[in-house]
Every structure is written in structure tokens, then in C-alpha cells.
Design a protein around this ligand. Structure first.
Ligand code: SF4
Length: 390
């Protein structure tokens, strides 16, 4: 690298991810680490999460203050403002949270309507990510959601009045969805005026209720070509609407509204993962560690209590793994990645002949040492990065 900067680590962003695994009910397509909230005592898990944050500090005494905190799940909007404040106060006391840090809470539309939003804002939340998923009642019923389209719209309006920034999560490429109908649904969505959109194609994973329904022939997933057409249509509509993609699945009105927390993941920054099943990437002594907390809440809490850490499974990644991950993640943002960073870790050149061949196809762009995917290349992101990875 021309500049003597370590190619990964907290200077590329430092975040805290808090996984709250409980949900009021479990959706049939979900393959996240989630558990029904009924009969669970949130206080015990809350205590374990705060203890886990403190233990992380002992392992990484030189890290500065946090750039971002992200409450994901599960359904972290089941937490009260006082419970959120407790986690943030712990993080602030232990690591420090930078002034103006991005602090995001994921929320279901019904929780947004019920929640004490001013209380959440006072606790420190400045960005809300609302799980709208669809503005079609029939699709919401299919997806097993407990809100309707009108409720979803009202929740986005309410969130936008309370927070600096708001993201809306959507799921498309649903079985039987037509381009015309998706276009109208997207236009309805754009009327809401949110400054950030995350749009994911429905992926049906084995073992989920949807996966079993596919096996039984009750659900027919959308064919790949049709999904690709919808992806391109989506890019076209959102670019015209002033919400261009700054990452494969993420669109923002301006850089101020891009997710700083997710950019830390994509740019090779560090993040602590606390809560059951949370993943982290931590740089200590120049080495990159991947942490994964115990998945089951009981095991996580027992681990924190007995071993004084939820981070029992931290594993040191070798150079090749770090370089590969940096390339795969770094090509997701539209800005791409300086491949000298990847090469300085792996000690091997990213093959220029392959880059040239993919550039010729119009899938990649190499500007000096900055490598990025073109809009059509984003469709093939996984396949291209698999070919280029060290
Ligand atoms: S609310 Fe979200 S995290 Fe919970 S089961 Fe449904 S999709 Fe999964």
C-alpha cells in the first residue's frame, strides 16, 4: 500500500452489534437466531449482554470510542427505552460512544406504533430500521407478518418524525410477483420519503417452514432470471428517484444517510458482537479475530457467567481468510475497495487478467487500484468475487 495504514481494523470504523434474539412470533421464512419471546425474562439476557461488553474491553484495551451501535435481532424493539439506555450506558462507560455516533434500532411496524419513540430517542437511538417488507396485504400475510400495509406506512411516518434517519426493509422477488406490480409497490413506497432503503430478494432456506413448503410443492420460488429482471428494475426506479444503490442491496438519499454501521462491515472495520449468536471481527495485536457468541440464550448467559465472556469461540483468521473476506465485503459498496489493501494482506496479486476479462464484460471497473462492481456486475457479485478471491 502506498500509505502505511494497517489494511483492516478500527480505523475503518468501530461498531457494536447487539443481538436481541426474542420475537413476538416467528416468521416462516426466518433463518436468523430467534426464539419466541413468551415466558423469557429479558432482564437476565440484558445483564449478560452488559457483562459481555465489559469483558470485550479487557481483550481490546487500545480501541477508541465507538462509531456506531446497532440493535438487531430478533426484535430489539421489544426492549424498553430504559433497557436500551442501560446497554448504551454500559457501552459508553466501557468504550465510549463518539458524539454523533449512529445508533440504530430495528423495529417491526406494530412496535413502532406502540413504542415510546421520544423515550428511545432520549436513550440515544438516532436511526430506526423499520421491517416493512411489503406494502401488499396479501404478501404480508404470505410472509407471516402481523402488520398490514396501512400500519406499515403509518409506522414509517411516525419513525421519520422521531429520528435523524430511517431505513425501510423490503422483501421482493416473492413468488408470483410481477414487474408491473412491484413497480407500483415501489412507487407507493417512495411516497413515504424515507432516506434509506434495504431491499432483499426473498431467499428460501432449507429447514424453514417456507423451505418445507417448497419441498412439498406448495410454494414455487421465483426463477433466477425473473429475480434478476426485478433487481434491474429496482435499480432503475430507485436511481431515478434519487435513492441510488451505495451497496448491492442498500440505497440512500445522501452519504449522511448511508448506514455507517454496515459500512464498517464492508470496509474492513472492527465490530464487537454481543448477544446470542452475534458475530464480531476484532483486530488485536495486528491480527484479525472472528468471534461468535453461543447461539442459545441459555448457553450464552451461562457462558458469560461461567467463563466471563460470550466470546468463547474467537478464532484467529489467517492472512488468506482476512484477505478473502476483505475483498468479498469490500466489493459490496458501490465505491469498491483499494485492492492494494487485499494484496498487502495475502501477499499475492488479485489476478489482473481476470479483472480485465470481467471489466471487458462490463461487470467490474478498475480505477488505479480501486476496484468496484458496475451495476450489472452487482447481479453477479458472489460469482465474481469467488473468482477473484485469494
Ligand atoms: S420478526 Fe424478524 S427476526 Fe423475528 S422471526 Fe420474523 S423475520 Fe425473523
Amino acid at each position: 500500500m502506498s500509505q502505511q495504514i494497517h489494511p483492516f481494523g478500527p480505523h475503518f470504523g468501530f461498531g457494536l452489534y447487539v443481538h436481541w434474539p426474542y420475537c413476538a412470533r416467528i416468521c416462516p421464512y426466518c433463518d436468523f437466531n430467534v426464539y419466541a419471546a413468551k415466558d423469557r425474562d429479558p432482564e437476565l439476557l440484558l445483564e449478560a449482554i452488559c457483562a459481555d461488553i465489559r469483558v470485550h474491553r479487557e481483550r481490546m484495551p487500545d480501541h477508541g470510542a465507538l462509531d456506531s451501535v446497532y440493535f438487531g435481532g430478533g426484535t430489539p424493539s421489544l426492549l424498553t427505552p430504559a433497557q436500551i439506555a442501560r446497554i448504551l450506558e454500559t457501552a459508553n462507560a466501557v468504550f465510549g460512544i463518539k458524539p454523533g455516533a449512529e445508533i440504530t434500532l430495528e423495529a417491526n411496524p406494530n412496535d413502532v406504533m406502540r413504542a415510546d419513540l421520544p423515550g428511545l430517542a432520549a436513550a440515544g437511538i438516532d436511526r430506526m430500521s423499520v421491517g416493512v417488507q411489503s406494502l401488499r396485504d396479501s404478501s404480508l400475510a404470505f410472509l407471516g407478518r402481523d402488520h398490514d400495509a396501512e400500519g406499515a406506512k403509518a409506522s414509517v411516518h411516525r419513525a421519520m418524525r422521531a429520528f435523524r434517519s430511517v431505513n425501510v426493509d423490503m422483501i421482493y422477488a416473492r413468488p408470483g410477483q410481477t414487474p408491473d406490480d412491484w413497480k407500483v409497490e415501489l412507487e407507493d413506497l417512495l411516497w413515504l420519503g424515507m432516506p434509506h432503503l434495504s431491499l432483499y430478494e426473498l431467499t428460501i432456506k432449507e429447514g424453514t417452514p417456507f423451505g418445507l413448503a417448497v419441498d412439498r410443492g406448495q410454494i414455487v420460488p421465483m426463477p433466477d432470471d425473473d429475480q434478476a429482471d426485478l433487481f434491474e428494475l429496482t435499480q432503475e426506479i430507485l436511481t431515478q428517484a434519487g435513492l441510488p444503490a451505495y451497496e448491492v442491496s442498500n440505497h440512500a438519499l445522501s452519504p449522511d444517510h448511508q448506514s455507517r454501521h454496515n459500512l464498517t462491515y464492508w470496509n474492513g472495520g472492527d465490530w464487537i458482537g454481543v448477544g446470542p449468536g452475534a458475530h464480531g471481527r476484532i483486530t488485536v495485536g495486528g491480527h484479525r479475530y472472528a468471534s461468535e457468541a453461543e447461539k442459545k440464550p441459555e448457553a450464552y448467559m451461562a457462558n458469560v457467567q461461567a467463563l466471563n465472556t460470550g466470546w468463547s469461540g474467537a478464532q484467529r483468521l489467517d492472512h488468506k481468510e482476512v484477505a478473502r473476506e476483505l475483498l468479498v465485503m469490500g466489493l459490496r459498496p458501490a465505491a469498491g475497495i483499494n485492492i492494494e489493501r487485499v494484496e498487502s494482506i495475502s501477499g499475492a496479486a488479485v489476478p489482473r487478467d481476470k479483472i480485465a476479462a470481467f471489466a471487458e464484460q462490463g461487470w467490474l471497473r478498475l480505477d488505479g487500484t480501486q476496484l468496484s462492481l458496475t451495476p450489472s456486475g452487482r447481479l453477479l457479485a458472489d460469482a465474481l468475487t469467488a473468482q477473484l478471491a485469494p
